[in-house]
Design a protein around this ligand. Structure first.
Ligand SMILES: O=C(O)CCC(=O)/C=C/C=C(\O)C(=O)O
Length: 289
C-alpha cells in the first residue's frame, strides 16, 4: 500500500454535491481519490444496491497509484444520490448527471469507465459531449437494443427486475449467482453488504419499478449513432455474460470508429471484479499508451 492509497476507504473518499443540469436539480454522491493531471470517472451498473464503490473496489488502487484522479459517480436513484423516477432514457439522464458533476468539479475532459448501465451512460455522454471525452472503457454494455442471438430481456435482467420487486436475500443470491461465471467466489459477506445497501434505500427500489412501468426500455439503442464516436474505446466483455450478451460488444466494435474488444473466457457480467488483476493491467496500458 502506498501513501496515495492508505486512505482509500469508502468513508474517507465520500462526497456530496448539488448539481443543476438540463431538467435535473439534485444531490449526487461520489467518491473522489488520487491526484494527477488526468481524471477517470467510473459509472456503475443498474442492479439493486449497486454503487461505484460496490462495482469498482477492486480497480481503484492501481489507477490511483499510477497517478490518476479517480471519481466514482453514484447515479441518481442509486446509493447515497437522490432518488428519481426515470420515464425517459436512463442513459441520457445519467449522462446529464455526469455533465452536472463535471461542471461542479471544474473538470473539462475525463476518461470514462462504465459497467453495464454505466457503459450505456458513458456512450450517451460521449455522443452528447464529444469534446469532453478522453478515452472510454466499456464493460457489459454501451447501448441498449437487441441481441442477434439471445432473447431479451435476458435471464439476468429478469432476475434483476424481480429482485427490485421482491428484494429478499434469496432473490439477491439467485441474481448474483447468474452475475458471475464462478459463483463460489461470492461470499456471505458480499451478499450481506449488497443486501444492506439495497434495503437502506427502499425509495430507490420503488422508483426503479415505477420507472420500468413508465418506460420498459430504459436504455436507448444508440446503434445507429455509434459511428459518431471517435474517442479510443476499449470494450471488455465476459464470454459467459447472462445479463448483456457478448454480441452487443460486437455491435459496439463494428459501430465505433476507434474501438477494440477483449473477451474474457470463464467470465460473467462483472469482468472488472471477476478478472480484476488482468482487467486493471489492460486498462492501465490502454490509458497510458
Ligand atoms: O439492462 C441493462 O442493459 C443494464 C443492466 C445492468 O446495468 C446491470 C448491472 C448490474 C450490476 O453491475 C450491478 O448491479 O452491480
Amino acid at each position: 500500500m502506498t501513501a496515495q492509497t492508505h486512505s482509500l476507504t469508502e468513508a474517507a473518499t465520500s462526497r456530496l454535491v448539488r448539481i443543476r443540469e438540463a431538467d435535473l436539480d439534485l444531490q449526487l454522491h461520489y467518491n473522489d481519490m488520487g491526484e494527477g493531471p488526468e481524471t477517470i470517472v467510473m459509472l456503475h451498473g443498474s442492479g439493486p444496491g449497486a454503487s461505484g464503490w460496490a462495482n469498482f473496489n477492486r480497480n481503484l488502487e492501481p489507477l490511483v497509484n499510477a497517478g490518476y484522479r479517480v471519481i466514482l459517480m453514484d447515479c441518481p436513484g442509486w446509493s447515497k444520490s437522490d432518488p428519481i423516477v426515470c420515464s425517459g432514457s436512463r442513459s441520457d439522464l445519467n449522462a446529464n448527471a455526469l455533465k452536472g458533476l463535471l461542471n461542479a468539479l471544474n473538470l473539462e475532459q475525463v476518461h470514462l469507465i462504465g459497467n453495464s448501465m454505466g457503459a450505456h451512460s458513458a456512450v450517451a455522454f460521449a455522443l452528447a459531449n464529444p469534446q469532453r471525452i478522453g478515452k472510454l472503457v466499456l464493460m457489459g454494455g454501451g447501448t441498449g437494443g437487441p441481441s442477434q442471438f439471445v432473447p431479451m430481456p435476458t435471464e439476468g435482467i429478469k432476475l434483476l427486475q424481480g429482485l427490485y420487486r421482491d428484494p429478499t436475500i434469496n432473490n439477491l443470491k439467485q441474481m448474483m449467482k447468474v452475475f458471475v461465471f464462478d459463483s463460489s467466489s461470492l461470499t456471505e459477506e458480499l451478499f450481506q453488504t449488497r443486501l444492506d445497501n439495497m434495503l437502506s434505500q427502499q425509495k430507490h427500489l420503488d422508483n426503479f419499478v415505477k420507472s420500468l412501468a413508465a418506460n420498459p426500455k430504459q436504455f436507448t439503442d444508440y446503434g445507429p449513432r455509434l459511428g459518431e464516436i471517435a474517442a479510443p474505446a476499449l470494450i471488455i466483455w465476459g464470454r459467459d455474460d447472462r445479463f448483456v450478451p457478448m454480441d452487443v460488444g460486437l455491435r459496439l466494435l463494428w459501430g465505433m470508429q476507434n474501438a477494440e474488444l477483449h473477451i474474457f473466457n470463464r467470465c460473467g457480467h462483472w469482468a472488472q471484479w471477476e478478472h480484476a488483476d488482468k482487467f486493471n493491467r489492460m486498462v492501465l496500458d490502454f490509458f497510458q499508451h
